[in-house]
Design a binder for this molecule. Structure first.
Ligand code: PLP
Length: 391
């Protein structure tokens, strides 16, 4: 049997990255003592009003085929949202609605790059980026993100890795897994290198609404970046609604024109009732985001307090998002072994940093999406684990 090269390229880049998570999910069915701190699933339901909007829309007959670009009411809401910050004029022609940021990223890579092209991305990176980039055939050009710079990408490090093949700089702010947030000043420092190498700038802004203190900055706000920027986002995190699979791409018209046949070929349109609910979500402030921000910041601080002053681990307070990193400081200790052993001995499931690229290898990522009490219990177990020198 012969399969496409694409299937070979991404063979190990799918669920292999989530082995510990999948194992924990499986065992949890029979063992309630397992504490799962693996994935970024909001721990609250979406607002009732969003479900109502969806329901009303279905009852009103919005269950038919739609056009491939997105429903006009949702496109209008997106134009309105992004026009407030964009350095260039926007219209519906700048948007394409897709099922989530994941699909939006996939469509973007398939539209812009192919074999022999390079995609520059900060390492550690969100676990699925490798698959998204490699699907297109392009190579990952990983740029180390340093703890001493708060994991913000540095122009100097981009220049070290850049080559004539580099076509895209993929940014993710707020960042998963580090919780770093790029400021407008930091984005401005990327202008020259983007212009010099004529890079597309792809900006994954899915955690935009979950910043604890700093204000959000997007390359779309910066005149010299706006024309080369492609923003991808969704209501998955901002509205605690990942299961609705509702996201979008914002890009220059010619990019959307090229992307549209790809979306039509794969999806043959969106779900109008999801579009109606998303329109409401985009036009109104998200109460879910306000609550999540407060919860996640408090829980991150709780972990920092509980695990302070322990020699071999260091909790790193994030600036945003749903996760906190623990740095493993022990010489020769491997975060993968640490994570697996912690799971086996103390039933605390975390994500080993190796799932997030080479530079993640000394870290564990803990999700902040469980109640405070359970997080506290997880911290006690981590301390017991370290005391017993189980790694
Ligand atoms: C950085 C980042 N981008 C994209 C996604 C996927 O988001 P969506 O549910 O909108 O596809 C996630 C999900 O965890 C993420 O962390």
């Amino acid at each position: 049997m012969k399969f496409s090269k694409l299937t070979d390229r991404i063979a190990e880049l799918g669920s292999d990255k989530w082995t510990l998570h999948l194992e924990a999910r499986k065992l949890k069915e029979h063992d309630e003592d397992i504490i799962e701190l693996t994935i970024g699933e909001p721990d609250q339901p979406p607002a009732d009003i969003l479900i109502q909007k969806c329901h009303e829309s279905m009852l009103s007959g919005r269950t038919k085929y739609s056009n491939g670009r997105g429903e006009s009411n949702l496109l209008d809401a997106l134009v309105n949202k992004y026009s407030k910050r964009s350095a260039k004029n926007l219209s519906a022609d700048n948007f394409l609605c897709l099922p989530g940021t994941q699909t939006a990223l996939y469509a973007t890579m398939m539209t812009l790059v192919e074999e022999n092209d390079g995609v520059l991305v900060g390492d550690p990176y969100y676990a699925t980026y490798e698959g998204i980039i490699r699907s297109s055939g392009a190579d990952i050009q990983s740029i180390p993100l340093h703890q001493e710079f708060g994991f913000s990408i540095q122009e100097r490090d981009i220049r070290d890795k850049i080559s004539p093949n580099s076509k895209i700089l993929l940014l993710n702010s707020p960042h998963n897994p580090t919780g770093a947030v790029l400021s407008r000043e930091e984005l401005l420092k990327l202008v020259n290198v983007c212009e010099e190498y004529n890079l597309w700038l792809v900006s994954d802004e899915v955690y935009e609404d979950l910043i604890f203190e700093q204000s959000f900055a997007s390359p779309m706000e910066i005149e010299r970046l706006a024309n080369r920027s492609i923003v991808v986002s969704s209501i998955s995190k901002s509205h605690a609604a990942p299961g609705f699979r509702s996201g979008w791409v914002l890009a220059p018209e010619q990019v959307i024109e090229k992307m549209l046949p790809l979306a039509e070929t794969m999806l043959f349109g969106n779900q109008p009732f999801i579009a109606d609910m998303t329109e409401y979500a985009v036009r109104n402030p998200s109460e879910a985001a306000i609550k999540m921000k407060i919860d996640y910041e408090r829980r991150a601080k709780l972990i920092c307090q509980e695990l302070a002053n322990i020699d071999c681990i260091e909790p790193l307070m994030p600036k945003a998002g749903m996760f906190i990193l623990l740095k493993i400081n022990q010489e020769n200790a491997n975060a993968d072994n640490f994570a697996w052993s912690l799971f086996e001995k103390q039933k605390v499931a975390t994500m080993p940093g190796s799932s997030f690229g080479k530079n993640g290898e000394n870290y564990l990522r803990l999700s902040l999406t469980v109640p405070d009490k359970l997080l506290q219990e997880a911290c006690h177990r981590i301390k017991a684990f370290i005391k017993q020198k189980n790694f």
